[in-house]
Design a protein around this ligand. Structure first.
Ligand SMILES: [Zn+2]
Length: 269
């Protein structure tokens, strides 16, 4: 199948290709466990309902759409961005999205890093399977940049590690960088540095360009290699998908079979 911006996120594309988000939904990151049941259900198309995107997610999508050059379409598809009464202007949360965009537009370095080729799709075979990637800002022969609109850049407590960790490792942006770098290298022969262009939803917005340096990318690629067989087994149904019993989808589809004991409540997942 030939991937385009229209079919990139389709069920069919997700079945034909592995992606970083699919991998993270099946395996998790070095600091965060996945809900295998949700990951597999999504791949099988069993999750028919679209979870209402939260306002917080929509703020991120609003900024993404601006940099993709698709803000007009995004606005027309989301009437909930606007107040229903009064001046019918943007709701406060999306005024904040505009503030984030202005903050970025006023920073020379940030703007420069976001000025690459937008939404460039690439595919290649890595660890025996086909992967798809979509780059936010690609500079052929020079660098790869991905835009992240975050709540903040604070450390996050990891249940998996039993300690705080940085948001890059927690959300697996190191995994994204490692796979993007490798797919680009396999496709073009050039090994490029990977940067996160981060803007926060704080007021005023905090901004940073963060290079995920090579040792972190190497570790992350190793993590992918170690877990790819399990991801594939979950994907093709040869391994049972465990429920986390705690996420949105697990809570929604939970059917009690027997009581648990008091000790089960505190057990880590
Ligand atoms: Zn779950």
């Amino acid at each position: 199948m030939i991937l385009t911006n229209d079919n990139y996120y389709s069920l069919e594309a997700n079945k034909d290709y592995m992606s970083v988000s699919q991998f993270k939904e099946l395996i998790g990151t070095s600091a965060k466990s996945a809900c295998e049941y949700t990951g597999v259900s999504k791949l099988n198309g069993d999750i028919e309902f679209e979870l209402e995107p939260t306002t917080s997610l929509l703020v991120g999508s609003y900024v993404d759409a601006y940099f993709e050059g698709t803000l007009d379409i995004f606005r027309s598809e989301h009437p909930e961005l606007y107040k229903k009464t009064g001046d019918k202007g943007l709701k406060a949360d999306f005024v904040q999205a505009e503030n984030i965009i202005n903050r970025i537009e006023n920073d020379k370095l940030f703007k420069e890093y976001m000025s690459g080729e937008k939404q460039r799709i690439m595919t290649n075979n890595l660890f025996g399977i086909d992967w798809k990637i979509k780059m936010d800002s690609y500079f052929p022969g020079d660098k790869i940049v991905d835009l992240k609109v975050m709540r903040d850049m604070n450390a996050i407590y990891s249940e998996k590690l039993h300690r705080k960790t940085d948001f890059i490792h927690y959300w697996g942006y190191d995994i994204q960088g490692a796979v993007y770098q490798k797919i680009v290298e396999l496709t073009t022969g050039k090994k490029l540095p990977f940067f996160i262009a981060c803007a926060t939803k704080e007021s005023p917005s905090n901004i940073e360009i963060i290079e995920i340096t090579q040792p972190h990318l190497d570790n992350a690629l190793h993590f992918v290699e170690e877990n790819i067989d399990k991801a594939l087994a979950l994907k093709n149904g040869s391994a049972p998908a465990k429920r986390c019993n705690n996420c949105v989808y697990c809570r929604l589809t939970k059917m009690l079979v027997s009581p648990i004991t008091i000790d089960d409540i505190l057990l880590p997942e």
